[in-house]
Design a protein around this ligand. Structure first.
Ligand SMILES: Nc1ncnc2c1ncn2[C@@H]1O[C@H](COP(=O)(O)OP(=O)(O)O)[C@@H](O)[C@H]1O
Ligand SMILES: [Mg+2]
Length: 732
């Protein structure tokens, strides 16, 4: 039996809070309240699941095929969203036998039972770190040999570092002490001493030389690596479908491209280097000691298992601490991004103080977690450091005894040898202490790697098929029994069949939220239909190359997004090949030329990120000029004139009339008067076509369209009355 869906609920049969869950496999549904009693139903006997709302809580019931209704569980508002999604998906499975993955927003890791955070689809704690690393490095394979070469140079530099204490020992034991004892007699060893000093200096110089080489090469490589990774991520984000992009917040995507790449590269640049250095020093010294003084090798090794044991025990705890910090900082970033992009709304509502408080709260949460995490580290770090120092004392004590000849067995140690061993130990432990940071840095880096992998692994849903066609689009659009939902189990467009012929102007009307924009999203292929077909010029839209499709469709939305730059650049965006004459002609068609030339720098006037320096009507005219420049066969107008005043609207209407000529036009409009030129009107209701025909036909039908027109007449009348009152007030 495969487990398909799971939802949690929080009230038991006696009305007491509990941790219950409902599990659906491909055969049965079970309800678990934590006690021995368990409800179980065969999926074949279930008709559907239903939620009934009560005061303060809701009940989940099951309608059985024998018409009876049975109680399953109760839950509070906090579970409502997850249970609702669960119910829709399970009902869809019962009816169609098709499994659709649930929204992962509230997913729980099956292994550790903790919620899945970090905007990932899987639990980072329970996933294998090795596979994350492997996958990550497979993204940018070409940098791996270079990085390994850097590691090799770093290793070489440490070999020279390890030679120095040996030379020092020879200097002390063989020359300095003997010279003091005057065992050389008249022979003066000054030349040899000088030679040894020069050799040591040379070792230091070589060590530094290799260090500098490694650093230079590494910096060069990691800079290129960062660039490569960011470009790859950004390119992938551009290729993702709208549903993949809208599943994540803008802040999250930006953080992945800039923050997570920096985190990973920082790890490679710092931590991985330290790791190589520490391993080289440790392995080199340890092998030397093992051969010459095995007992002392044991002393060096003694604290390491304790340290590693302590660190591995603490790993989960440390990971969780840093994950919390990541989530909090991601939230703060999200707020920052949201508020700064919506600063106009904030200012308009005068809610600056609220927003400041919101950000303050989010940031103080980050600070609070960061302080707590750093406090944990500041306590752990000295304890682990102390453990490591213990072995230095052991070596000094037993080494001292050996020098004094207190051991009958084995060679007594010389002073030079003790100095050499002590230097090795100091070298090892100075690196080892730092290594205690490794789990923390590793946890951060693997989390970031997993998030980068997550984007790179994401399937590109909307892809041109291999032999995509590149026809010259004429503009015939036909929907055949098309069904689509942003979540496949919740259709927004329901079984629509509609033919729009070349050159026709079709108006789409209907109450808000009925799926008008969704319908045109399908024509633009921002999403693929779930079932049925969508053909353009009798070719399935999936077989038309994305480029051809994009070039053949022009869109004017209610909100026009203008990029930071000049008006000219913004117009050029629609068609980079357009000549200045084309641009001016397009602006003239769009009734935009006059206002543009009145601006201080005319076409070179710089407009803000959102075109704040232009009014709504002006922005709209730029959008129309953009559409003109595209010269599309299919034109889509989604509430293009809804937010404009009547005077501006008439100018835009004029422009639109010129634009519409000879193109298939689909216009969605709230103000029904703007659709007076439409050949046909389509009235949508709850995802289906409710009525269609000309304005006159539809009025006669006295259906939804009639009601919409009447409602609008009423508001227009009220607006007229208000205007008269206002005029009279001014006159008085
Ligand atoms: N990106 C999206 N993801 C999920 N649901 C969406 C998305 N966009 C729109 N919807 C939902 O689809 C329904 C239809 O929306 P839309 O087509 O925009 O309606 P309208 O007729 O007003 O243009 C609404 O219930 C809306 O909440
Ligand atoms: Mg809409």
């Amino acid at each position: 039996m495969n487990k398909l869906y799971e939802a949690t609920f929080d009230i038991d049969d006696d009305g007491v809070f509990c941790n219950g869950n409902i599990i659906v496999t491909d055969e049965i549904l079970t309800v678990n309240t934590g006690d021995i009693k368990e409800l179980c139903y065969n999926l074949s006997e279930i008709n559907e699941l239903v939620i009934s709302s009560q005061i303060g809580c809701s009940t989940l019931e099951v309608k059985l095929k024998n018409e009876s209704i049975a109680y399953l569980c109760r839950f509070t508002q906090s579970c409502l969203k997850t249970v609702s999604e669960f119910v829709i998906a399970v009902n869809y499975y019962i009816n169609t036998g098709k499994y659709i993955p649930l929204n992962k927003e509230h997913a729980i890791c099956e292994k550790c039972g903790q919620p899945i955070v970090n905007e990932l689809d899987f639990c980072i704690k329970c996933s294998k770190k090795g596979s994350i690393l492997k996958k990550f490095f497979s993204i940018s394979k070409k940098f791996l040999p270079g990085l390994l070469f850097c590691g090799l140079i770093t290793l070489t530099s440490k070999v020279f570092l390890l030679i120095v204490p040996y030379l020092n020992r020879v200097l002390v034991d063989d020359y300095l002490i003997k010279a003091q004892d005057q065992s050389y007699g008249a022979e003066n060893p000054i030349k040899i001493i000088l030679f040894l000093c020069v050799a040591m200096l040379l070792c230091y110089i070589l060590m530094r030389f290799f260090d500098v080489m490694a650093t230079l090469l590494r910096n060069r490589l990691t800079s290129k690596f960062t660039n490569d990774l960011r470009v790859k991520l950004y390119t992938k984000i551009q290729m993702l479908s709208m549903s993949s992009v809208s599943r994540r917040t803008t802040g999250d995507l930006i953080k992945r491209v800039s923050g997570d790449t920096a985190e990973v590269i920082g790890f490679i640049n710092r931590t991985a280097v330290y790791l190589i250095e520490a391993s080289a020093l440790f392995i080199g010294s340890f092998i030397y000691l093992l051969i010459t003084r095995p007992m002392f090798a044991l002393f060096v090794f003694l604290p390491i298992p304790f340290v590693f044991f302590a660190i591995s025990r603490l790993r989960t705890f440390i990971n969780r601490c840093y994950e919390k910090q990541w989530v909090a900082s991601s939230r703060a970033n999200g707020i920052l991004h949201d508020i700064i992009s919506g600063i106009r709304v904030v200012k308009a509502f005068g809610t600056e103080e609220n927003e400041i408080n919101k950000f303050k709260k989010a940031e103080s949460k980050v600070t609070e977690i960061a302080i707590r995490n750093e406090r944990i580290w500041s306590i752990l770090f000295p304890i682990i450091g102390f453990l490591l120092t213990c072995s230095e004392f052991l070596v000094l004590y037993f080494g001292g005894q050996s020098v004094l000849g207190n051991y009958s067995s084995g060679n007594p140690m010389t002073i030079g040898e003790l100095m050499q061993i002590m230097t090795y130990i100091t070298l090892i432990y100075s690196q080892m202490r730092w290594m205690t940071y490794l789990p923390r840095d590793f946890a951060r880096a693997t989390t970031s790697m997993a998030k980068i992998n997550d984007i790179m692994d994401e399937k590109i849903e909307i892809e041109s098929c291999e032999n995509a066609q590149t026809p010259v689009i004429q503009g015939n659009i036909s929907f055949k029994n098309t069904t689509f939902g942003y979540k496949a189990y919740e259709p927004i467009i329901k079984n629509i069949t509609l033919d729009i012929t070349k050159g026709e102007m079709v108006g789409i009307v209907g109450y808000s939220g009925v799926g008008k924009t969704t319908l045109i999203n399908l024509i633009m292929r921002l999403y693929d239909v779930n079932t049925g077909e969508l053909n353009i010029d009798n070719i399935n839209i999936k077989n038309i190359s994305k480029k051809t499709l994009n070039e053949s469709i022009g869109v004017v939305f209610q909100e026009t997004f203008l990029f930071a730059g000049s008006i000219y650049e913004n117009l050029l965006y629609a068609n980079p090949k357009a000549s200045p004459e084309d641009i001016i002609a397009a602006a003239q068609t769009a009734n935009a030329h006059e206002f543009i030339i009145r601006l201080p720098d005319a076409y070179n006037t710089i407009i803000g990120e959102n075109g704040y320096t232009l009014s709504g009507g002006e922005r709209q005219r730029i959008a129309i000029a953009r559409a003109v420049l595209r010269n599309p066969a299919i034109l889509i107008l989604d509430e293009a004139t809804s937010s404009l005043d009547t005077e501006t609207e008439s100018k835009i209407q004029e422009a639109l009339q010129r634009l519409i000529k000879g193109r298939t036009t689909i216009a969605i409009a709230h103000r029904l008067s703007t659709l007076r030129n439409a050949n046909r009107l389509i009235v949508m209701d709850k995802g289906s076509i409710a009525e269609q025909g000309t304005h006159k036909d539809l009025l006669q039908q006295k259906g939804i369209y009639y009601n919409l027109v009447m409602a609008q007449k009423q508001t227009t009348k009220m607006a007229d009355v208000n205007q008269i009152i206002e005029k009279e007030r001014i006159l008085c």
